[in-house]
Design a protein. Structure first.
Length: 338
């Protein structure tokens, strides 16, 4: 399938969501989406001060890589992977139409999370604040760059906290939209409902899409010495852990069977998917085998020092930066999270 068709399949829902949010929150600034051709796995958000609009840019390689991953692996050559992703808990006979729909749904989940992450930078006031401390310069918050020497007025700790907050916005709003569409028809979810018969599967599939997204972005790679003072993000495994916590908290607010979700149940899924994703990245030439460690490598990014560091971000950095974001945010102070 051409990338233009993949984009066309997702763009109307994103534009409709932007329209609804602008109307609900009385946002006068335009929020536009564009697609670049730099052939890198990247997405950005920035505010164009000169004409008072926000711009979300997603490179076509994001669509290409995610679509190709799922449609190259969720097929008759990998029936066990199809079963894993379906979360049916029982033996199932391979069905081509079912597998294609399942792959399309995971593409949908992954792309929507990326879009919502960039939208979170807008809705939670990140870009407005970022521009205010840079004399209106059009600096972008960038998904692709892990390391930076210049944070344009932010500390590395503040930048990391904004990225965690955008992930939280994306996770929360992804589930709000999914649950609403799951319970109502017609909706954008109708075309996928044959592969998500229960809400519990909806949660597990959303969580899995985030695990695989982080693996595609290189969560299992061997890394050099970690310099948190130069990093825009906390390490990907730790970042994933914070995303998983949002899903768990969200599920526990519902009076349903999903309340049994916890990190002890979810974390083993990382190892379960890591081997297959890494093999795909190597076979397709995205990575070299020498770049990967063993399956437990990402657990280093969950060590006590890092967990203490993240706790410090929440306790010391977030209370300081949250009030600075509030004047630029389009959500209530309470809904800024933290």
């Amino acid at each position: 399938m051409s990338i233009d068709i993949v984009i066309k399949n997702h763009l109307p829902e994103w534009e409709q969501l932007i329209k609804e949010l602008r109307e609900k929150n009385k946002i006068t600034s335009e929020i536009n989406i564009e697609f670049s051709n730099k052939f890198i796995f990247n997405a950005t958000a920035k505010k164009i001060v000169s004409n008072d609009r926000y711009l979300i840019t997603i490179d076509r390689e994001v669509f290409n890589m995610i679509y190709n991953f799922y449609h190259s692996t969720v097929n008759k050559e990998n029936p066990q992977f199809v079963k894993m992703l379906s979360y049916t808990g029982c033996e199932m006979e391979y069905n081509e139409e079912y597998a294609k729909t399942l792959a399309d749904f995971y593409v949908y989940l992954t792309l929507k999370f990326i879009f919502l992450h960039e939208l979170g930078h807008i809705m939670n006031g990140h870009l407005g604040y970022y521009n205010s401390i840079n004399d209106g310069m059009n600096h972008a918050l960038n998904m692709n760059e892990d390391i930076a020497k210049n944070f344009n007025g932010l500390s590395a700790h503040e930048y990391q906290m904004l990225e965690i907050n955008a992930d939280s916005f994306a996770s929360t709003n992804l589930m709000i939209g999914l649950l609403n569409d799951f319970q109502n028809s017609p909706s954008y979810l109708d075309r996928y409902k044959k592969v998500i018969p229960t809400r519990n599967q909806l949660f597990l599939m959303s969580i899995t899409s985030n695990i695989i997204l982080m693996l595609i972005q290189g969560m299992g790679l061997v890394k050099g010495g970690l310099k948190l003072t130069e990093s825009k993000y906390i390490p990907k495994r730790s970042r994933l852990n914070e995303i998983l916590k949002v899903y768990i908290v969200f599920s526990n607010t519902l009076n349903t069977s999903e309340k049994n979700l916890n990190l002890g149940v979810i974390s083993p899924l990382v190892d379960a998917y890591q081997g297959l994703v890494n093999c795909y990245l190597i076979q397709c030439g995205y990575r070299n085998a020498s770049e990967f460690g063993d399956y437990k490598l990402s657990e280093v990014e969950l060590n006590n020092d890092l967990q203490e560091y993240i706790t410090k971000l929440y306790k010391e950095i977030w209370p300081v930066i949250k009030p600075k974001l509030a004047p630029f945010a389009y959500v209530t102070y309470e809904n800024l999270g933290g």
